[in-house]
Every structure is written in C-alpha cells, then in structure tokens.
Design a protein around this ligand. Structure first.
Ligand code: MD3
Ligand code: FE
Length: 206
C-alpha cells in the first residue's frame, strides 16, 4: 500500500506546491518571536543594486546570508560588520523537515521585509550552487500578490495572493522559474506589530 500524502499541497502552480495556512496562528506568532531574535542579531538592511536601492529590506539567518551591494549579489558567511548570521528559526526548520524530507539541510534563511510600497521585480534565484535542492517560502503578515513566470524571462505569467501562514515549495523544474511580488495589501493582517509583510526563504547554498 502507498503511504498517504499527509503533506500534499492544496494547489500546485507551475510545479510550485502551495500549502495554504500551513502555519496556524500560534505557529505564526511563535515564528515572529523567533524572528525578533534574528533581527536583534542581524538587523534588516537595504540591499543595493546597480540600479539603486531595493524597496524590500533584508537580513538572513543560517550558515550563509545573501548580500547585494554595488559589487554584486552573493552569499557570505558573515554580516557586513563581521558578525556571524544568527541561527535559522526552529519553526522554519520544522517546516523544511516536514515538507522537504529528501533535501539537504538549509544553509540560509533569507528574511525579506515589505512595507506598504515594497515590491520585488521578476527574477530567478540562481546564486545557489545546487539547483536540485528546493527553496521553501513562508509568508507572514500582510497579503501579497505573487507572480510566477517561466524558465526564461517573459512569456505568460500567473498570479496568486499569498496570506500569512502560507508556505510554498519550489522543487524540481519549479526551482528555475522567474517570480516576483507585485504588491502587498497594507493592513490586511494584524500579525506584525509594525504591519507590513515578512517572507522567509530557506535555501541550500553550497
Ligand atoms: C520560485 N521572495 O527571496 S517567495 C526571494 O515573497 C523571493 O519575498 C519572494 O523571491 C517574497 O528570492 C517570493 C516565493 C519564491 C521564492 C523562491 C523561489 C518563489 C520561487 C525560487 C524559485 C522559484
Ligand atoms: Fe526569489
């Protein structure tokens, strides 16, 4: 007999597994408390690109953090001030173990902070060495309009509103898809004391 898929996604969008409300209210509050410790040890910074500052602020947890400055984009084993990145929150690690049981341990938890005006243009995640490893995303706070495209820039896209507690798993072919965040819906959640949206992505980097 085949084992039942206890953790099957609610929906699959171009190969992305969508687990709606995977984190319930208690787990979301626990993760916010764990994130307070991350942000105390590694404050949000504004990434710089060739084209100017990003509207999303970022920090990281884990063995590596993702850095963007005028020199480019890369993973670094320490913060710009030399301090190590703090540990990945336990609640996020538990989601990885349950939803990505065959994957290696995550080496980075990238934490993205969206205010009312923040957005993230269409891009591919390709600073990691091993594309056979999945990426897992956790949404917290205000709703956001997620857009997914194709393995190359352009072409038809599909959109999905993400809510607090939703988890996405990008494995296999889906790992190479272009994607972005078009906008957030300010005031749609009361989870975060300062409002806005936080997204965590767990990644294998090496
Ligand atoms: C599909 N973050 O950090 S999460 C990112 O909501 C990023 O902050 C967005 O894109 C956010 O790189 C979207 C959903 C997501 C994350 C990684 C992916 C979708 C993905 C990697 C490959 C394909
Ligand atoms: Fe991305």
């Amino acid at each position: 007999m085949k084992k039942p898929l206890t953790h099957a996604p609610d929906v699959t969008l171009r190969g992305i597994g969508v687990h709606r409300g995977y984190l319930g209210p208690d787990a979301q509050r626990r993760l916010v408390a764990e994130l307070d410790a991350v942000i105390s040890a590694a404050p949000f910074r504004t990434p710089e690109t060739r084209f100017g500052p990003m509207s999303v602020r970022m920090t990281s947890a884990g063995a590596y953090g993702w850095i963007a400055d005028r020199r480019g984009y890369r993973y670094e084993p320490a913060q710009p001030d030399g301090r190590p990145w703090p540990p990945i929150p336990a609640t996020a690690l538990a989601a990885w173990v349950e939803l990505c049981p065959d994957a290696r341990a995550p080496e980075c938890c990238l934490v993205n902070c969206y205010g009312a005006e923040a957005r993230m243009g269409m891009h591919q995640d390709r600073d990691e060495a091993d594309f056979s490893q999945p990426v897992l995303s956790i949404s917290l706070g205000d709703d956001a309009l997620f857009r997914v495209g194709n393995e190359t820039r352009g072409g038809k896209t599909e959109s999905l509103w993400l809510s607090s507690g939703d988890v996405l798993v990008m494995g296999g072919e889906a790992r190479r898809l272009y994607h972005g965040i078009d906008r957030v819906r300010p005031g749609s959640s009361t989870l975060l004391p300062r409002g806005g949206r936080i997204n965590l992505t767990l990644r294998v980097v090496t």
